[in-house]
Design a protein. Structure first.
Length: 171
C-alpha cells in the first residue's frame, strides 16, 4: 500500500466499505509526504473522488499522481476512463495506450492449499465466506481493463483512421 500505518489501512478499508469517501480521503491525505511515494495514495484519492461522483477532483488527483509517477497504472487507467466517459476520444486513446504500455505484470496465483484452507475456514467463520472467490479473482479487474482497452483501440482506429501512419501500434 502507500505511506499509511496498518491501523490507518484498516480505517481506510472501513471507510471505503461504508462508502464514506471523504473520510477515506482524509485518512490517505494524512500519509502523503509530497514526494514520489505519494503517487499510489493520490491514485487512491482519485478513485475515492470518482466513487463519490466528483469527476473533476478525481481527474485532478490522478493527474497529480502522474506528475509524481508518470507510469502509475491505476492513475493512467482512471484518467483514460474519465476521458472515454466524456467522449474525448483523442485524449482518452493516449492514456489507453499508456495504460497498455505500463500494464502491471500478472500477480502470482494464490496457492491452492491457501484457497483450500480459506474454503474450510469459511465454513466456520462468516467473515471468510466468499473469500475464496475474491482471492481467485485477484487481478481480474486489470485483465478486464486490458481486454476492454484492446477493443477500445480497435474501435478507435476504425472510427478515426489515421492516414498519416503516425499512430503507434500495440505490441
Amino acid at each position: 500500500m502507500f505511506n499509511i500505518s496498518f491501523k490507518n489501512q484498516l480505517a481506510l478499508a472501513r471507510h471505503i466499505g461504508r462508502n464514506d469517501f471523504d473520510r477515506a480521503i482524509q485518512t490517505i491525505s494524512r500519509g502523503l509526504t509530497k514526494t514520489d511515494t505519494d503517487a499510489p495514495g493520490l491514485a487512491m484519492i482519485a478513485q475515492c473522488h470518482l466513487w463519490a461522483g466528483r469527476e473533476e477532483q478525481a481527474l485532478a488527483s490522478a493527474q497529480e499522481a502522474l506528475r509524481y509517477e508518470p507510469r502509475n497504472f491505476d492513475a493512467i487507467k482512471l484518467v483514460a476512463w474519465i476521458f472515454v466517459n466524456r467522449s474525448e476520444h483523442d485524449t482518452a486513446v493516449k492514456f489507453v495506450r499508456a495504460g497498455l504500455e505500463n500494464f502491471p505484470s500478472p500477480s502470482t496465483p494464490v496457492p491452492r492449499f491457501y484457497l483450500w484452507l480459506v474454503r474450510v475456514l469459511g465454513r466456520v467463520s462468516r467473515r471468510l465466506r466468499g473469500a475464496e472467490n475474491r482471492l481467485r479473482n485477484l487481478g481480474k479487474s486489470n485483465r478486464d481493463w486490458y481486454d476492454w482497452a484492446r477493443k477500445y483501440l480497435g474501435w478507435y482506429d476504425q472510427t478515426y483512421p489515421d492516414d498519416r501512419g503516425q499512430r503507434p501500434t500495440i505490441h
